[in-house]
Design a protein around this ligand. Sequence first.
Ligand code: BES
Ligand code: ZN
Ligand code: ZN
Length: 496
Amino acid sequence: MFWTLKAAKPQLSIATSADSIALAFAKDSEGVVSFSAPGNLVQDIEKFFEINLADELSFFSPTYKSGELFEIPVSSQDAQTDRIFLVGVGDSSTASLRIAATTIARKVRGKNTTVYSACAMNSKDVKAHAIALTLGAYLWNLKTGEPAGKPNFLVATNEKEVIDVAIAISKAITRARDLVHTPSNIKNPAWMATKAQEFAKGTGLTVKVLAGKELKEFGGLRAVGNSSPKPGPRFIEVGYAPSKKKNAINALPHVVLVGKGITYDTGGIVLKRPYDLMIPMKSDMTGAAVILATLTALEELQPNIRVTALMMCAENAFSGTAQRPSDVITHYGGTTVEVTDTDAEGRLVLADGLAYADKNLDPDYLVDIATLTGSATLGLGKQHAAMYTRDEQLARDLEFAGIESGDRVWHMPLVDDYRDALVSDVADFNNIAKKIKYSGGSIIAALFLEHFAGNRRWVHLDIAGPARSEADAGENPKGGTGYGVRLLTQWIMNLK
Ligand code: BES
Ligand code: ZN
Ligand code: ZN
């Protein structure tokens, strides 16, 4: 992990023990400029360093946009601090405090330095700000030579428990990002299982892995994953239950999460074209990575909910054992599907997971999360997940958790008129829309999945957009963002 995060008391002596201090500034609707920090920190710091923050700020002609950062050199024999970061927090909203955190983090990313941030005032903002500090400081590479340094973030608050929550979530997002960034010559379905076991070791999480003949009934997972028979696909079931209620888990609400875990998506025999579309496809296991990481966060947070994560892991390779366009496969539970497009493989592995959950796990909530369709991003862009559900309450709860956590969702329609796009002449369904007249590829994929979710309270999250960032900017590195860890953790914490 390229950061450490701690709660620090809002006191001058602690602030001045850090290498730098970050303070928020904003201008209200009447044009009044103010600096805010918990307690008397602003006045104490001005007095201690004999500076006037308003004068210092006006020198830079600020625009008052969130994330603006000005650096003021300071010195005192009695302080470690040699810099004050004046950070714009715009409208002082939670979202603005996240943006402010990412500029602070990017200033110190890869450096062995301690930053004391006193930008956030209430517990909700402290949590969001603290998590965003770690997100902006994220680094991943396999470069040889000197390893990068680690910034140490001290967040000013009297509520240590809020920072404990932030640490659990930040660690989980970092883990998810690390899994996604790992290239596919290193990660394969067996490697994903090893990671699940590694994360679970010494915790209360349980891990069950099915491989080879044990996957007999998982026709979708096998059809995709046998394109890469060494080591072949894996079904990885990770279980969380609160440690105090392990004997009474059947009385708890049960959430089942199903994640797409394609460790590389070449498209299969229907090879992705042009080839530059293929290069980002090591991130096609984001759904599986995110649900695993979410369980590691829940294990630390201990909500009174039972959660099972089903990681549907397979590589979609271009090979002699790959499935052919026109194959008919039998999914878990018996539904048959004609595979017309081997690049629409995500829905095939998810279908098995959903059907398995419906048959064996009696979920109160069934949520799948997947980098499923490029078309999800066409209208929606890359900031929101495309969310599909017929359950209005569930949609509202996830929307709320999305806004609260920063991982936003957008409720999309399950358009029944498009169902006949999936009709096959030879099987129960076709895996793609034969009649292209409908467009709406993300909607049609959702309609396909819905069949396998039975009558459960089901939500499908198509995260093809937010799972990856094309730019190293704000909260995100270039590549895997870990989108979904904050959303799912928040939603589950709100359920308890
Ligand atoms: N993994 C891709 C979806 C994807 C595309 C994720 C771009 C992230 C960025 C998925 O398996 C796929 O190839 N989907 C096809 C579906 C089509 C064949 C119906 C797509 O989106 O084009
Ligand atoms: Zn594909
Ligand atoms: Zn895919």
